[in-house]
Design a binder for this molecule. Structure first.
Ligand code: MOS
Length: 732
């Protein structure tokens, strides 16, 4: 189905099942331990041996020798595969550094060996007996030091659009020079780790030249393609399966060493092998959100109208890597006739920087929305009003492109009312209860809505059960449930009559889970397949398909009603389709919006910050399931608390690695850190987004939260911190 005109009235609009706050259909499996994650596939690989991955102890240079004799002789060892046993493996499309093979080391903890044994302890013990000799070379590990010489790079890296390195609209320099009120500040955000619950994990098994990898991946289509390329296999000889995933946050978008090494190890050991990257390897072997240095300049007239806006970002990456697109939202969020955005990219020898939840906007909004707070204060305008004053209904760079829906002002107004924003004291450092300084802050929330083609297969069997199959993944987001809701609505059956099977590369290729595009696109693919199935049912019964009504497990047309089970016939009926997008997306800018409001208490003596109250008001098209959507948003708000207050991968700039590579020292919020969180979704449908009229919320919920907290800390203390995270040493 090609989606290229605005969505009309369709069966989803009935909202009998879609739009209901249903519990997750996979929730029971997860909470009872019966959902099999990639390290637990006893059902399919009961005799799997254990692999242990060894990472390089240097960040740059070469492996000279690996003496594996002692490891091979250790108890229980079945195989040792080292990076010197094979030439460098070809890279898939999505990797920057090589995943394995050859002597060259590009970053710390790049995989250099996998040891296979009967038990995990034996494999780990033998791995410690490898004797590795390196030639260490000096590397570049310090973004601040490299920033000055970092060259400009092209625009929107997500699309590889070849956008120019500096985007100009109007005359920024002239307008900024003339502006009566100005802000020119530089801010930093640190490297961050995805720190998902389940590490990167794979179980691999061979049958002849056919490989099956049970893994933990957000994007099955990419993963299968890239492992085939890396291992030199025909794609049809590879199956990748990832039905349950313990979080990803972007860290599992791309093929990583776990899948490649499990496959290599299983081949050599001639036995299925399972392995999980250890926690330290998650930080240094995989990807992370790159640190940024961002300069924002704002010029406004005394009325508060922005006349000049510039955002320049510097980030680092391995050679061949991409910049963190931290200026993306600044192109779209506020009006202003004179604009400039640019990115610089420093070549570093740290581990690969890549997508982490809301890449670009997450660190970009952390900065832009502090700058907006600072500017509002300079102007003496309430920060909510300042944002609304500079709202726009069109793309500020291309005024001929309207937003498909843009209720930012409504989010901010409703949020301000709900939060009792008017009771805030705008003068910092004025409110105190005992030892606690109390502050209130807010920020806008913004994240783009992306359209990605997505396929699905649906089957109706002779019991009246609908089975949906797609390689879409559920990374803890609720995909199973919203896909079941979609199929139930389309086919007129209760959700209990729908079976959803996900994450298997044998199923039709989907959008996958990334960029908060999973919900809208994967359900739209299911919608498209269900339209085909409805036609097939109607045709079989001799009904005019435009008149057939699917409800209560039956198909009705005129005076006839036939139960679906009967309509299916003995063999059942199936259909497959793909949602694809035409030019509509070029005519409209599609984004999602929020207002974030936060109350913090800061200890006047120690500088300890406690978040006490959080509110997000979101406008993101139709909300397919308010319960799972709320969970996405409160999870994202929680991540925003971490980004604001504690999370930072600390770089050892001498040896080139992230020092705090475990969950004891990379500090994410725990329950006691998270206060009352409230989420409100505006009643909205977006007929430009897809037949589902939905958009994503999973990343929107993060974008802006960090700044709202930083602004609240400023309001509490009068200390303006421009370097994240806002650890207490920066407040004292
Ligand atoms: Mo997202 S960072 O595209 O999983």
């Amino acid at each position: 189905m090609k989606f290229d005109t605005p969505a009309q009235q369709n069966p989803i609009d009935q909202l009998k099942v879609v739009g209901k706050p249903l519990d997750r259909i996979d929730g029971r499996f997860k909470t009872t331990g019966t959902a099999s994650y990639a390290y637990e596939r006893h059902d399919v690989a009961p005799n799997a041996a254990y692999g242990f991955v060894v990472g390089s102890a240097i960040a740059k240079g070469r492996v000279k020798t690996i003496d594996a004799a002692e490891a091979r002789a250790a108890p229980g060892v079945l195989a040792v595969v080292t990076t010197l046993d094979m030439p460098r493996l070809p890279k898939g499309q999505m990797n920057v550094a090589s995943l394995f093979g050859g002597p060259e080391i590009q970053h710390y903890h790049q995989a250099i060996a996998v040891v296979v044994a009967d038990t995990f302890e034996q494999a780990r013990d033998a791995a410690a007996r490898l004797k590795v000799d390196y030639d260490r070379e000096p590397g570049r590990f310090d973004l601040t030091a490299a920033a000055g010489a970092a060259p400009l790079v092209g625009g929107d890296s997500d699309e590889g659009s070849g956008a120019p390195p500096v985007d100009h609209v109007g005359d920024f320099d002239g307008a900024f020079a003339e502006a009566p009120v100005k802000l020119d500040e530089t801010y930093t955000t640190p490297d961050e780790s995805h720190a998902m619950m389940e590490p990167h994990t794979s179980t691999a098994a061979w049958e002849g030249d056919k490989l099956t990898v049970w893994t933990s991946s957000q994007m099955i289509t990419w993963g299968k393609r890239d492992i085939a390329k890396t291992l030199g296999l025909k794609p049809e000889n590879v199956r990748m399966d990832s039905p349950y995933i313990g979080g990803g946050f972007g860290g599992k978008l791309f093929l990583r060493a776990d899948a490649v090494l499990a496959a290599l190890a299983a081949k050599v050991a001639d036995r299925p092998v399972k392995l999980a990257l250890t926690r330290p390897l998650v930080a240094n072997n995989t990807t992370h959100r790159p640190a940024t240095i961002q300069r924002v300049r704002l010029g406004a007239n005394h009325d508060g109208q922005i006349t000049a806006i510039a955002h320049e970002s510097i980030s680092g990456n391995l050679k061949g890597g991409k910049p963190e697109t931290a200026v993306s939202q600044t192109k779209l969020l506020y009006a202003g006739a004179n604009r400039l955005t640019s990115m610089r990219l420093a070549e570093l020898d740290l581990p690969e920087g890549n997508s982490m939840r809301a890449p670009g906007e997450a660190p970009g909004m952390m900065v832009l929305e502090i700058a907006m707070d600072e500017m509002a204060e300079k102007l003496g305008i309430d920060p909510v009003e300042f944002r609304i004053l500079n709202d726009t209904q069109v793309d500020p760079e291309k005024p001929e492109r309207p937003f498909s829906q843009r209720q930012l002002a409504q989010c901010l107004r409703q949020g301000a009312e709900r939060f009792e924003w008017s009771r805030r004291n705008p003068t910092p450092g004025q409110r105190r209860e005992g030892r606690w300084l109390i502050g209130h802050g807010m920020a806008a929330g913004f994240r783009n809505n992306l359209l990605v083609k997505s396929g699905a297969r649906v089957r109706l069997d002779n019991q009246g059960v609908i089975t949906v199959e797609t390689d879409m993944t559920d990374i803890g987001t609720g995909s199973y449930t919203i896909i079941a809701q979609t199929a139930a609505e389309m086919m007129g059956v209760p959700i209990e009559r729908v079976v959803v099977r996900l994450g298997d590369s044998d199923f039709p290729s989907s959008a996958g889970s990334g960029g908060q595009f999973g919900a809208n696109n994967s359900t739209a693919g299911v919608y498209a397949a269900c339209v085909q199935l409805r036609d097939a049912v109607a045709q079989k019964l001799g009904f005019n398909s435009s008149e057939a009504i699917f409800a209560d497990g039956q198909v009705h047309s005129g005076h006839r009603s036939v139960p679906l089970a009967q309509a299916a016939g003995t063999d059942g009926l199936s259909a497959e389709d793909l949602i694809e997008y035409g030019d509509l997306a070029k005519k409209y800018q599609q984004s999602t919006f929020a207002g974030h409001f936060v109350e913090v208490h800061v200890d006047a003596y120690t500088g300890e910050t406690r978040v006490r109250r959080m509110l997000a008001v979101c406008a993101a098209g139709r909300i397919l399931n308010p319960k799972s959507a709320r969970s996405q948003v409160i999870g994202a708000m929680t991540m925003g608390v971490g980004a604001a207050l504690t999370e930072a991968l600390e770089v050892d700039t001498r040896h080139g690695f992230f020092v705090n590579h475990d969950l004891a020292s990379y500090e994410v919020p725990v329950h006691a850190d998270i206060p009352y969180q409230e989420v409100i979704f505006l009643d909205e449908v977006d007929p430009i987004s897809s037949p589902m009229k939905a958009k994503g919320v999973g990343e929107l919920g993060l974008c802006g939260v960090g700044a709202a907290i930083a602004n609240a800390v400023y309001n509490a203390t009068g200390v303006r911190v421009r370097d994240y995270p806002l650890t207490l040493d920066k407040l004292i």
